[in-house]
Design a protein around this ligand. Structure first.
Ligand code: GLY
Length: 347
């Protein structure tokens, strides 16, 4: 078992261990005295893993009910959030009880936000079952739902009480969902760790499982370091958005359908590197991204993407912060007005 402690305003452990899903009750009992929980999951992950989780909780004397919603980003909304609150009321959940998010990023984001709001805040545990959720969204305390105005526009910082990552759960992922997480893993190599980038570029979608434990640990440790320095996303944490400004724009252009977050991040990183860095680095990144069957460019004209960039919530009163990695393992935060950014990208 490997453990990473995240020293944020409320510190917590991330447990990384194959088979830890079946030991969740034990691990959770060590961080809470509560004997009652609600597991929030979706209709793909629930049937795969909820029974095992509930049985592990019961062995540790914790009773749990399960709330299931339809899989996908379209569920990360105020209606599903409200249904979660109704379920918590029906189950008489009190401030000393807790929630467990069992699933990918959507489940983690909406459950974390429910935990931040219900009774003005109750504890929650993250059990991420996708690569993207294990290495990114379950750690760092960003929780949110989407509204008509945009993705993740209503949310809160709420750190989990514990994160349990069982890499065995990644075995049931489709190649596309695994690739989606690899987009974020490549990002960590680019922004902070050139050895990680080399490890990833020397593997591909078919054999990355051989080094999955090392990959998950290294990515989470990078996220820990960044979040510890800037929990509330005022400075350094922005480097985690490498590839995201253009990536979110492409996702938005597609209406968040049939174009995943990892695909967006991969394309965004390649476009930014081609624009601002050496041909050698850009070719290397493109080749690495191709190893994971992720896109490296888009046919959508920049003029159609830029309106989505300026809508991105990272825009600060007329300015855009964008990230450039001049070499693997090093990120720079650059600032421009929206107009300057548009000129740079269209030039
Ligand atoms: N996923 C970006 C962040 O946590 O800041």
């Amino acid at each position: 078992m490997k453990k990473i402690t995240v020293h944020t305003s409320t510190p917590y452990d991330v447990i990384i261990e194959r088979g830890s899903l079946d030991r969740s009750g034990e691990y959770i009992s060590s961080v809470t005295k509560s004997k009652k929980a609600v597991v929030v999951t979706d209709d793909i992950v629930g049937p795969l893993y909820a029974d095992r989780l509930v049985s592990s909780l019961e062995k540790s004397g914790i009773s749990a009910s399960v709330f299931v919603f339809p899989n996908g980003e379209q569920s990360k909304n105020l209606t599903v959030l409200s249904n979660i609150f109704d379920f918590l009321c029906m189950k008489n959940i009190t401030r000393s009880d807790f929630l467990i998010a069992l699933g990918g990023g959507v489940v983690g984001d909406i459950t974390g936000f429910a935990a931040a709001c219900f009774l003005r805040g109750i504890d929650f545990v993250q059990i991420p079952t996708t690569l993207l959720a294990q290495i990114d969204s379950s750690v760092g305390g960003k929780t949110a739902v989407d509204i008509k105005g945009g993705k993740n526009l209503v949310g809160a910082f709420k750190q989990p009480a514990l994160v349990i990552c069982d890499s065995d759960t990644l075995k049931t992922l489709t190649p596309q969902i695994l690739a989606d997480g690899m987009g974020e893993a490549i990002k960590y190599g680019m922004i902070k760790n050139s050895e990680l980038f080399s490890l990833i570029e020397n593997h591909c979608l078919k054999n990355i499982d051989e080094v999955m434990d090392e990959l998950v640990y290294t990515c989470i440790d990078i996220k820990r370091e960044v979040v510890e320095h800037d929990e509330f996303d005022k400075g350094e944490r922005m480097i985690l958005n490498f590839g995201h400004t253009i990536g979110h724009a492409i996702e938005g252009w597609h209406g968040y359908n049939n174009f995943t977050h990892g695909m967006g991040v991969a394309t965004g990183m390649c476009i930014m590197t081609k624009k601002f860095c050496s041909k050698e680095l850009s070719d290397r990144l493109v080749k690495c991204v191709e190893n994971y069957n992720l896109p490296t460019s888009t046919d959508i004209p920049m003029s159609e993407l830029l309106p989505f960039c300026s809508k991105d919530k990272k825009r600060e009163s007329g300015n855009i912060s964008y990230i450039v990695c001049p070499e693997t393992g090093r990120a720079e935060i650059r600032k421009a007005t929206v107009k300057e950014f548009e000129e740079l990208m269209e030039g």
